[in-house]
Design a protein around this ligand. Structure first.
Ligand SMILES: *[C@@H]1O[C@H](CO)[C@@H](O)[C@H](O)[C@H]1NC(C)=O
Ligand SMILES: *[C@@H]1O[C@H](CO)[C@@H](O)[C@H](O)[C@H]1NC(C)=O
Length: 285
């Protein structure tokens, strides 16, 4: 159902208007929001409210958002590759372009049936990453859809899972750490083979007899500022609440709970990797 094909006249004009005004509130139509960018038919949008990516022995697949965003609160529900997903990686991230790009990453590293996925996160600013934190999840991410969210505003970046914050990357520009805040980013996702490193560091290879591997997406929702031709538009509001949102006490407690019980790697405590001292943002991360 595309608006471009609807007949002209008053009602459809209001429909379009309603759609534009409502776009930051209702879960949006995948046909309008995303393009399948690679995979030669392995990525599919079904009915506008469901998108699937698949991977087999000749290719993975991926999509990206039509919009570029600069700050936002973005939710997506994902259901990951089930069964033996070892070797597969489902990446879901925001990224700008160029050699000094910014990036906010969720990557889901598959595993053998019954063994836990790893949720890998990273933040790049001006082309520099190396800020990995990894988690196990408190549920089976292949059994059902769960919501993975990124809150990105000038003060911080918060990664959440079903509303529970798992990671906060604060703006530490005052300590000389560049923060992503000058380059609009698109949403990207891809499903690909990474059996050289993903599962137990590359020990477990992809079992191609289980292909195709499929990940599914639904209920995309963006409260976000869309940048187009140099102009930013924040869903009808000049100063939406999420643009200055910070973690309240309850959320901070949830964050500590997730990190205490589910974090399995934190670059900020990997002293072998940083013998000269931790990166400056680790003081606040
Ligand atoms: C890829 O998978 C197909 C279908 O299972 C199989 O017929 C084909 O031989 C495989 N190709 C390679 C290069 O493994
Ligand atoms: C896979 O399972 C093994 C064994 O439980 C675990 O060590 C590993 O962290 C799991 N995840 C990945 C992506 O390797």
């Amino acid at each position: 159902m595309g608006f471009s094909s609807s007949s002209s006249g008053f009602p459809s004009f209001y429909l379009v208007l309603l759609f534009l005004v409502g776009t930051s509130i209702v879960s949006a139509d995948f046909y309008n929001e995303f393009d399948i960018t690679w995979g030669n038919g392995r990525g599919k949008i079904l009915n506008g409210d469901l998108l699937t990516l698949s991977l087999d022995n000749s290719s993975g697949s991926g999509f990206e958002s039509r919009n570029e965003y600069m700050f936002g609160k973005i939710d997506m529900q994902l259901k990951l590759v089930a069964g033996n997903s070892a070797g597969t990686v489902t990446a879901y991230y925001l990224s700008s372009k160029g050699s000094n790009w910014d990036e906010i990453d969720f990557e889901f590293l598959g595993n053998l049936s019954g063994d836990p996925y790893i949720l890998h996160t990273n933040v790049f600013s001006q082309g520099k990453g190396n800020r990995e934190q990894q988690f196990y999840l408190w549920f089976d991410p292949t059994a059902d859809f769960h919501t993975y969210s990124i809150l990105w505003n000038p003060k911080s970046i918060v990664f959440s899972v079903d509303g529970t914050p798992i990671r906060e990357f604060k703006n530490a520009e005052s300590n000389g750490v560049p923060f992503p805040k000058d380059q609009p980013m698109r949403i990207h996702s891809s499903l690909w083979n990474a059996d050289d490193w993903a599962t137990r560091g590359g020990l477990v290879k992809t079992d191609w007899s289980k292909a195709p591997f499929t990940a599914s997406y639904r209920n995309f929702k963006a409260d976000a500022c869309v940048v187009s031709s140099g102009k930013s538009s924040c869903g009808g509001s000049d100063n939406p609440a999420w643009l200055s949102e910070e973690l309240d006490n309850t959320k901070q407690e949830r964050l500590r709970w997730a990190q205490k019980n589910y974090m399995i790697y934190n670059y900020c405590s990997d002293s072998k990797r940083f013998p000269q001292g931790f990166p400056p943002e680790c003081k606040s991360a």
